[in-house]
Ligand binder design. Structure first.
Ligand code: HEC
Ligand code: HEC
Length: 382
């Protein structure tokens, strides 16, 4: 596994916190010896007002109960999973609940419900429904990092075929359980979320806990194996091992500009962007989310340009005469925030992807992943 970031420049870690880190690592190591990991708790999300809760419950019954069941028990239709198992809500709130709800899972019965991708729910309603489901479950959230889980992919595959294929399919296609090789699931979900599901199981469902059957190392190997299928079960595409440098910023430098028609003078649709990419137009694609989620899945050719970037420093490498297209997942607020600043600095040829990357995926457009190591445990997906 390659390390991508040179963090030395920004690493201001004190000796004391390093020592503390070592102590904590030892502690975690000791606790791992019997097969279960100890997870730190995370504070609960906001509570809903009575009005919000009533509306969320109505939305649930109207839009979700058909497949996920009147009591969130799952399996009413299409093998839809349980939406009340504690282990799911411990590890999945908000993103692993909010994202599939909002954008769906490609190739499964789970559609996207956010209005930006043609669904009936507003952004506020998707958040409220996520939190309503959480409060109904009675779970306590645990803290999961964005870091990749390192493991032996080949060993993971052997363990998978022995223990998991009967339900999840030899090729991860899902038989009577979710498809684990599903690209939109893998792009939404953190490695530690996957690992948590294997370790804890999903209470009240056929997914048992494997903490007693498999070692901590086995579970890491399985997680790494599942992650390695992000670009397709059959074939691993060659992966980027580093963040692209400025010489890689401009796509198709010898081609001409895209001729986007922007909505509200700033938004480009996924359809138009995809056409421009296929027509090999000259552009720079900026992924304005935190780089860890860029690793998990991004539009091919996009470079990480986090919304919290030091703009004045970073724009030194950014030509003004090339069309800039930015995207995030919220679905566009973070990009718009930074693109308004770029425009103020003279980057007039610039557009924000209207549906965001998950809207893009929901419409069937491709993403790719990169492989690398992240050291910062606190970076949160945006
Ligand atoms: C037509 C059936 C159907 C409807 C209606 C439906 N879902 Fe789903 N949902 C599914 C299926 C099937 C999956 C599993 C997909 C897979 O194999 O990955 C799923 C997966 C999910 C997941 C991921 C859970 C996990 O364990 O990772 C969430 C969260 C979810 N649905 C929420 C909702 C919400 C909220 C609604 C209503 C707004 C809804 N779904 C409506 C069929 C449905
Ligand atoms: C007896 C059938 C069965 C076996 C065997 C099984 N699973 Fe599952 N698994 C399920 C079901 C069913 C679910 C969905 C549970 C729910 O409703 O949340 C699931 C959920 C999961 C999830 C969460 C998926 C998501 O989208 O949220 C992961 C990850 C997973 N299983 C991995 C594994 C691995 C790895 C193994 C082997 C070590 C394994 N499973 C063995 C049935 C099985």
């Amino acid at each position: 596994m390659t390390r991508v970031f040179d963090r030395n420049k920004s690493n201001g870690m004190s000796i004391a916190s390093k020592v503390l880190g070592v102590v904590l690592t030892l502690f975690v190591f000791v606790c791992q010896a019997n097969g279960t990991r100890v997870y730190e708790k995370q504070s609960p999300p906001r509570e809903l007002t009575e009005d919000q809760a009533t509306r969320a419950e109505k939305n649930y019954q109207k839009y979700c109960s058909l497949c996920h069941g009147a009591n969130r028990e799952g399996y009413a239709n299409d093998h839809a999973p349980s939406l009340r198992s504690k282990s799911l809500f411990e590890s999945g709130v908000p993103h692993s609940i909010l994202r599939p709800m909002s954008y769906g899972r490609q190739g499964t019965a789970m559609a996207g419900y956010l209005e930006d991708v043609g669904g009936p729910l507003t952004l506020d309603e998707t958040w409220d429904l996520t939190y309503w489901l959480f409060w109904q479950s009675g779970a306590e959230r645990v803290k999961l990092s964005e870091n990749p889980v390192p493991g032996d992919v080949q060993k993971g595959e052997e363990i998978y075929q022995q223990n998991c294929a009967s339900c999840h399919g030899k090729e991860g296609q899902g038989i009577n359980a979710p498809a684990l090789g599903n690209q939109s699931a893998l792009t939404h979900n953190k490695d530690e979320f996957i690992r948590y599901a294997i370790e804890k199981g999903r209470d009240g469902t056929p997914m048992q806990s494997f903490a007693d059957k498999l070692s901590v190392q086995d579970i890491d190997d399985l997680t790494a194996f599942i992650r390695s299928r992000s670009n397709g079960w059959e074939m691993e595409k060659p992966m980027l091992s580093a963040i692209p440098g400025p010489e890689k910023y401009v796509l198709n430098p010898d081609s001409e500009d895209p001729d986007f028609e922007l909505t509200d003078d700033i938004y480009v649709s996924s359809e138009d962007l995809f056409k421009a990419i296929k027509a090999n137009k000259k552009m720079i694609l900026l992924d304005t989310r935190v780089p860890s989620v860029w690793q998990r899945g991004h539009i091919e050719g996009a470079i990480p340009f986090p919304y919290y970037t030091d703009l004045d420093d970073k724009i030194k490498d950014l030509p003004k005469d090339v069309y800039l297209v930015g995207y995030c997942s919220c679905p566009r607020a973070a990009t718009e925030y930074i693109f308004r600043k770029l425009r103020a600095r003279g980057y007039e040829k610039s557009a924000v992807l209207y549906e965001g990357i998950f809207g893009w995926m929901n419409m069937g457009y491709p993403v790719t992943r990169a492989e690398g190591q992240f050291d910062d445990p606190d970076i949160a997906g945006h």
